[in-house]
Design a protein around this ligand. Structure first.
Ligand SMILES: [Fe+2]
Length: 407
């Protein structure tokens, strides 16, 4: 088969030139697999009730209760003093403080599935552009549908979408497979020599944390630098966290340009953010601790409303763990499905209105068509074949107040 020729993304622009390959240049190091990951798998396996073939059971594994809707603290965009955004927010919801979502057994099973050798080989990659990362920081993602049946069943269960929908005040759905179950992994080193160079006294760690908090968002050590998400909402579930871990939270940049750390994550707890309009950073723990989160991307479910997802930060030339053929196939299948549903909805509406004797509104119809054109255009506009701008885009550094108007 002849290889298609495209213009290519440039390394000096922060991109991966080998984006159409499996990108083994960014594999997780064998040392990490043989030491820290092996030890983690041994710990999981040694739990008395461990079962590698565990089936997802919603009544057992999702521990969310309706009362958490009232109990969970919510920050709106106005609370965070964010008045200007890079695109139209889908609701005023900004972030939810941690709430209990999944059981320990479920968290363990998600970890077990993600750290299997085949999964790591195909979908585990170290980040390309991050601040102060080591061999212990990497991503896993895109593995759920084919290689992680438990994780897939949990993440895509209707219960998860329903919980998020209620929090954000809008009907949402989980995204395409590549964006379901992305994991941000930072592991504690088990190498004595490395450990000696890390702060260990609580006091020292708190001092480091305080110094970090005074820095600008883009100077904070993280596995994923200061960014906006490509997906409308991110549900971030804590899967593993060292007992006396210091730091490691999601830091949100507020309207007055301060870093607001979403507090106190515990294993099985989740936080939720409208990541397309909130500039944020996944901070690295200051302590030598594990910090592993599983992220579910969600967006408006339609059919009345088209989603606003992009792929700036997850496209294959930017995110090493994203696999080219899989990503674009899943992305377009998903986008077309949404467009199809929306088109159907609009088609039915047109004739309903006519049959009711309503006057045909030309200007309203032009808006409907324009929004579909915009949607279709956005679905391809960032592909490497036509767009390889420097990464991170300027927008990620621009203060909210200086963002251009979105329409
Ligand atoms: Fe993010």
């Amino acid at each position: 088969m002849a290889t298609l020729q495209y213009p290519y993304p440039k390394a000096e622009f922060g991109a991966l030139e080998n984006y159409r390959t499996a990108k083994h240049t960014h594999d997780v190091q064998p040392k990490t697999i043989n030491l820290e990951i092996k030890s983690l798998l041994t710990r999981l396996k040694s739990k008395p009730t461990f079962n590698p073939n565990l089936k997802f059971d919603v009544s057992k594994h999702i521990i969310f209760k309706d009362e958490y809707f009232e109990k969970t603290k919510i920050a709106t965009l106005s609370d965070l003093h964010i008045t200007k955004t890079r695109m139209k927010p889908v609701s005023d919801f900004a972030a939810a403080y941690p709430f209990p979502l999944i059981s320990q057994e479920a968290a363990d099973m998600i970890l077990w599935e993600a750290f299997q050798p085949e999964v790591l080989d195909r979908y585990g990659r170290v980040p390309n552009l991050s601040k102060d990362i080591t061999r212990l920081d990497f991503h896993v993602g895109g593995h759920c549908k084919d290689l992680a049946p438990f994780s897939n069943a949990l993440y895509t269960s209707p219960e998860i979408s329903e919980i998020v929908s209620k929090f954000v005040g809008l009907k949402v759905d989980t995204l395409y497979n590549t964006e379901v179950g992305h994991m941000n992994v930072s592991l504690a080193s088990l190498d004595e020599n490395e450990i000696d160079n890390l702060p260990s006294a609580k006091q020292d760690m708190l001092a480091v944390l305080e110094a970090q908090n005074k820095k600008k968002g883009d100077e904070i050590p993280s596995t994923l630098g200061l960014h906006y998400d490509s997906n409308t909402f991110a549900l971030v579930i804590m899967l593993d966290m060292g007992d006396d871990a210091v730091g490691g939270e999601t830091g949100i940049i507020t309207g007055d340009d301060k870093v607001f750390r979403v507090p106190d994550p515990k294993i099985g707890y989740a936080t939720l953010i409208q990541g397309t309009v909130l500039k944020h950073v996944a901070t690295k723990p200051v302590s030598n601790s594990n910090r592993i989160t599983g992220v579910v991307g969600l967006a408006s479910a339609g059919p009345e409303l088209l989603d606003n997802c992009r792929y700036t930060g997850v496209k294959p030339s930017i995110l090493p763990r994203t696999q080219h053929d899989q990503f674009y196939s899943e992305w377009f299948e998903w986008k077309f499905k949404h467009l199809e549903n929306h088109l159907n909805y609009q088609r039915t509406l047109i004739m309903e209105k006519f049959e009711k004797g309503e006057e045909f509104d030309q200007l309203a119809m032009i808006d409907v068509c324009k929004s579909m054109e915009k949607y279709l255009h956005a679905s391809w506009a960032e592909m490497e074949a036509v767009s390889n701008p420097p990464y991170p885009p300027k927008e990620f550094q621009t203060p909210y107040s200086e963002l251009p108007d979105y329409d």
